[in-house]
Ligand binder design. Structure first.
Ligand SMILES: Cc1cc2nc3c(=O)[nH]c(=O)nc-3n(C[C@H](O)[C@H](O)[C@H](O)COP(=O)(O)OP(=O)(O)OC[C@H]3O[C@@H](n4cnc5c(N)ncnc54)[C@H](O)[C@@H]3O)c2cc1C
Length: 380
C-alpha cells in the first residue's frame, strides 16, 4: 500500500484535535477526519468549559501527566493567542473518610502540591457560593481551574492546520483496515491510505474497534447552568471549581464563564448507557429536577432560574481509567479512549502521548503503564 499520509486521525474532538497538532508540529503529514462539525455538540467535549485540577483523587499516577498537561495548555495559548486556561483554585470535598477527600490528600502529599485542608464551614466562609455540611473535609488547591473546551478544540485545529494538517469535517469514517504495510480508511467521500491510524472517536470507539467493545461504554450526562441569586459569589475570582461527594452522589461544578450561569453536573447522572447514537441528546424536566435539588441544598445562592441544560456523553471503561495504547493486533493503530468523565483536562498531554505512540518507535517517556488496555486482559 503506498501511503498518502503518515498518520490519519479519526475523530477531531478534544483528543483528536490535540493529536493532530502534536503530530503536525513534528512534521508528520496528517489527515483528521471528523463526522460532525468542528467543534460540535454531539460528543463529549461541548458545554463551554471543563475542570482542570492537580490533586487527583482518582490516582496519584495522573499527577505527572497533569503537570505536563498544564505546560502544554500554556504553550497552546501562547501559540494561538487564545485564552484557554482560567485559574480559580479547586475544591475536592466529602466526608473525611471518603475516597474523594482522602485520594486528593494522598495525591497532594505524594507529589508535594501546595494545598490547604479546610472544614466544610471554613469553605463556606471563604467561598460564600458554597453551603457544604459543616463537618465535611475539603482540599483546596490553588492551581485548579477550567479549560475553555470548545475553544481549545478550535485552537488545536488552527495550530495543526498552520503546521500543514489536513482536516475534513462532515466526513465520517465508514470502514478501516490495517496490515503490516499500512492502513486504509474509507469514508462517505473517499478512501485514504497512511502508515498509521489513530482512533480518537470518543463515545463511538467501542463500535469501531472490536477489542474495545464493552470496554468503552457511552453514558448520557446532563449539564445545568442556573442563574445565581448572588452573582458575585460565582465568578472565576470568587468560586473555585469543585468535585463533591454528598449523600445524593458525586457532583462537579464551575463558576460563571463565557455564558451566563453557575454550571454543574452529576457523575453518572441517571445511569443511562447504550450506543452513542441511541442516547437522548436533549434534556428533560427530570434531569432539571435532579440537578436543581442538588444546587438548592449545597449551593442555594446559585440556585436561581434555569438558563441552560445540555446533554453530553461519558465513555466509561470498567475501572474508569483511560485506555491509551496500541491496538492489540496492529502496532500501527493507536487507540485513545481517555474519558470516563474526567479526560478533557488531559487533552493537551494526551495529544503528545498519541503523537509519541503514532510515530518513530511508538514509545513515550511519560508513564502510561496504568492506562494500557492489556490490564483488562489480566483482569479477565
Ligand atoms: C458533561 C460532561 C462533563 C465533563 N466534565 C469534565 C471536566 O470537568 N473535566 C475533565 O477533565 N473532563 C470532563 N469530562 C470528560 C471529557 O469531556 C472527555 O474526557 C473528553 O471530552 C473526551 O474527548 P474525546 O476526544 O474522547 O471525545 P469527543 O470530543 O467527543 O471526540 C470524539 C470525536 O470523534 C468523532 N467521531 C466518532 N466517530 C467518527 C467517525 N466514524 N468518523 C469521524 N469522526 C468520528 C465524533 O464526532 C467526535 O467529534 C466531561 C464530560 C462530560 C460529558
Amino acid at each position: 500500500m503506498s501511503a498518502e499520509y503518515d498518520v490519519i486521525v479519526v475523530g477531531v474532538g478534544g483528543m483528536g484535535s490535540a493529536a493532530l497538532y502534536q503530530l503536525a508540529r513534528r512534521g508528520k503529514k496528517v489527515l483528521g477526519l471528523e463526522r460532525f462539525d468542528i467543534p460540535h455538540a454531539h460528543g463529549s467535549s461541548h458545554g463551554i468549559s471543563r475542570i482542570i485540577r492537580l490533586p487527583y483523587y482518582e490516582d496519584p499516577a495522573y499527577v505527572p501527566l497533569l503537570r505536563r498537561a498544564y505546560d502544554l495548555w500554556r504553550e497552546l495559548e501562547a501559540a494561538t493567542g487564545r485564552k484557554l486556561l482560567v485559574t480559580t483554585g479547586s475544591i475536592d470535598a466529602s466526608p473525611e473518610d471518603d475516597p474523594l477527600f482522602q485520594g486528593a490528600l494522598r495525591s497532594a502529599r505524594e507529589h508535594g502540591l501546595s494545598h490547604e485542608v479546610l472544614t466544610g464551614s471554613a469553605v463556606n466562609a471563604r467561598f460564600p457560593g458554597y453551603d457544604l455540611p459543616a463537618g465535611y473535609r475539603a482540599l483546596f488547591q490553588p492551581d485548579g481551574g477550567l479549560i475553555a473546551s470548545e475553544r481549545a478544540i478550535v485552537a488545536h485545529v488552527e495550530a495543526a492546520q498552520r503546521c500543514g494538517a489536513a482536516v475534513h469535517a462532515r466526513e465520517p469514517m465508514t470502514e478501516w483496515e490495517a496490515g503490516p504495510a499500512g492502513v486504509r480508511v474509507t469514508t462517505t467521500k473517499g478512501t485514504y491510505r497512511a502508515q498509521r491510524l489513530v482512533f480518537t472517536t470518543g463515545a463511538w470507539i467501542g463500535e469501531q474497534v472490536s477489542s474495545l467493545s464493552g470496554k468503552a461504554v457511552p453514558e448520557r450526562q446532563v449539564l445545568a447552568w442556573l442563574q445565581p441569586l448572588q452573582h458575585e459569589r460565582f465568578t472565576t475570582a470568587t468560586f473555585p471549581v469543585f468535585n463533591l461527594q454528598v449523600d445524593e452522589g458525586r457532583y462537579y461544578g464551575l463558576p460563571i464563564y463565557d455564558v451566563p450561569g453557575f454550571k454543574f453536573g452529576r457523575y453518572h447522572h441517571l445511569g443511562e448507557t447504550g450506543p452513542a447514537d441511541d442516547l437522548a441528546s436533549d434534556a428533560t424536566a427530570r434531569d432539571e429536577d435532579l440537578l436543581r435539588s442538588f444546587a438548592e441544598r449545597y449551593f442555594p445562592a446559585g440556585a436561581g432560574p434555569t438558563l441552560a441544560l445540555r446533554a453530553c456523553m461519558f465513555t466509561n471503561t470498567p475501572d474508569e481509567h483511560f485506555i491509551l495504547d496500541h491496538h492489540p493486533q496492529h502496532r500501527n493503530v493507536v487507540l485513545a479512549s481517555p474519558c470516563s468523565g474526567h479526560g478533557y483536562k488531559f487533552c493537551s498531554v494526551i495529544g503528545e502521548i498519541i503523537a509519541d505512540l503514532a510515530s518513530g518507535a511508538g514509545t513515550t517517556r511519560l508513564d502510561i503503564g496504568f492506562l494500557r488496555s492489556r490490564r483488562f486482559e489480566h483482569a479477565a
